[in-house]
Design a protein around this ligand. Structure first.
Ligand SMILES: Cc1ncc(COP(=O)(O)O)c(C=O)c1O
Length: 467
């Protein structure tokens, strides 16, 4: 028997670093029941009732399980209209994390985006560059009249390469852009992790590089910090010099290179709702505060209840627990590896919050205009009860309103996003096992055709028929 402290080998089994004291049943429907649900929903998973889903992997946004401490925070939340102590706790937490003086709560990430673009008074001809804008960010930039320009690094293009920081911005392209068009570039946003390219992380070297390029040019650098803690932990795991740094310090350093940050707190703050802007420049913050009274509310609550602010302040602390982050990134990776081992191609390396299946490669018999991602999503629900989302030519492609001609997306993907602290290792093992069974039937899957579609954001409301 070894003597204390009993140093044994590290366990291979991933464990959830929490125990459960409140549970919610999930329904296991029969295949026939799921078939009926699909038919009634017009084969659109957005139109399926949540109670008819066994594993809801539609999004990781707003779907986290809150901790006992967060629920306790809900009870002590103070609902004063102005100057609530819950706001003070929230403000101090964000200030400590970001090192930024001005903290403005918002009801979610996209309202922070809207306020920032409006406060910057963007106009046609202006450019907002980024490592790849999330779709609401793009929409808010374009709504202001400016151009949303994506400058992803070259490694992003190869879905199978194992490059460690595929979320990076292309620094050479950024340098060329500001050299050529310094006046037109009004803002640069680095989204970490980079959701639109598969939850891939951004390196510290890359953030520092962007800072250097923008230095002295009067172009602010903002961090989209929706998944800042997952990004910081990837840096700890993958970037030289950071392996022994506490993840909190790494996160602080990420913010330290930026002039401001916007965050959807529905991700790495374990919030069911919420967001914020953190800004160094007082004048810009004052413009945001003046504007927000019209849409969000008074600057010390920003569209949120005091109890939400309390829960978010606690969530922003809890997310930096390294046992949690180890479990989070390892369990997402394990899920992706399991799907890949079952013979279904996935984007490499596995990102922080989601596994992306390459449905175009998995279903070569289904052409892009018969929507392989839709076909695979429907099969994942019909066969297993998993709700995923197509990220392919339905969501990102388009239809010419005059000719009816469809334009393809760059890739046909299916995203399986993992809610935080919600599903256990045995849920993941069950899904991998069942996806293994489905993998043997992929050759039987057929495409889909629209029976109805809206002119914009059609994926939310469309109906389909199997071909
Ligand atoms: C990177 C990123 N930025 C912004 C947003 C928008 O946040 P919200 O949904 O809270 O409006 C999201 C949401 O998914 C996101 O992933």
């Amino acid at each position: 028997m070894p003597q204390p402290p009993y140093e044994l080998p590290r366990a291979r089994t991933i464990i959830e670093p929490f125990r459960i004291k409140s549970v919610e049943p999930i329904r296991l429907l029969s295949a026939a029941e799921r078939g009926r649900v699909l038919e009634q929903a017009g084969y659109n998973l957005f139109k399926v009732r949540a109670q008819d889903v066994t594993f809801d992997l539609l999004t990781d946004s707003g779907t986290s399980a809150m901790s006992a401490r967060q629920w306790a925070g809900i009870m002590v939340g103070d609902e004063s209209y102005a100057g609530s102590p819950s706001f003070q706790r929230f403000e101090k937490t964000v200030q400590d994390l970001s090192g930024m003086e001005n903290v403005v709560p918002t009801h979610q990430g996209r309202s922070a985006e809207f306020l920032l673009m409006q406060a910057l008074a963007l106009k046609p001809g202006d450019i907002v560059a980024g490592n790849t804008h999330f779709d609401t960010t793009r929409a808010n930039i374009e709504h202001s009249g400016a151009e949303a320009l994506d400058l992803p690094c070259a490694e992003t293009a190869d879905t199978q390469s194992e490059a460690p920081f595929k979320g990076n911005i292309d620094l050479q392209a950024l340098a060329r852009l500001v050299e050529k068009d310094s006046r037109r570039v009004r803002l640069v946003i680095i989204t970490a992790t980079n959701n639109s390219v598969g939850g891939q992380p951004v390196s510290m070297e890359n953030i520092r590089g962007a800072r250097r390029i923008l230095e002295g040019r009067g172009i602010p650098l903002f961090l989209d910090a929706a998944r800042f803690a997952e990004n910081a932990f990837f840096i700890k795991k993958r970037e030289k010099g950071y392996e022994n740094r506490p993840v909190r310090d790494i996160a602080r350093e990420m913010f330290s290179h930026c002039d401001g940050a916007l965050m959807s707190a529905k991700k790495d703050a374990f919030g069911n709702i919420g967001g914020f802007l953190a800004i160094r420049n007082r004048e810009l913050a004052e413009s945001v505060r003046s504007l927000m009274v019209i849409t969000e509310g008074f600057p010390t609550y920003g569209g949120l209840a005091g109890r939400d602010l309390e829960a978010l302040a606690i969530g922003l602390e809890e997310i930096l627990d390294e046992d949690y982050l180890t479990y989070r990134l390892r369990s997402t990776e394990y899920f992706g590896e399991g799907i890949r081992a079952a013979g279904i191609p996935v984007i490499r390396p596995i990102g922080g919050h989601a596994v992306y299946i390459d449905a175009g490669a998995a279903l070569p018999q289904v052409p892009w205009n018969e929507f392989p991602g839709q076909s695979l999503s429907v099969a994942l629900y019909g066969g297993i009860g998993i709700r995923s989302v197509e990220v392919g030519s339905i969501m990102l492609g388009s239809r010419d309103p005059k000719t009816g001609e469809e334009k393809p997306a760059p890739r046909e993907l299916v995203r399986l996003a993992i809610p935080r602290r919600v599903y256990t290792q045995s849920h993941v093992d069950y899904m991998i096992e069942m996806i293994g069974h489905l993998a043997g039937r992929l050759g039987d899957l057929r495409g889909y055709a629209f029976t109805w579609q809206a002119p914009v954001l059609r994926h939310f409301t469309a109906s389909y028929r199997p071909l």
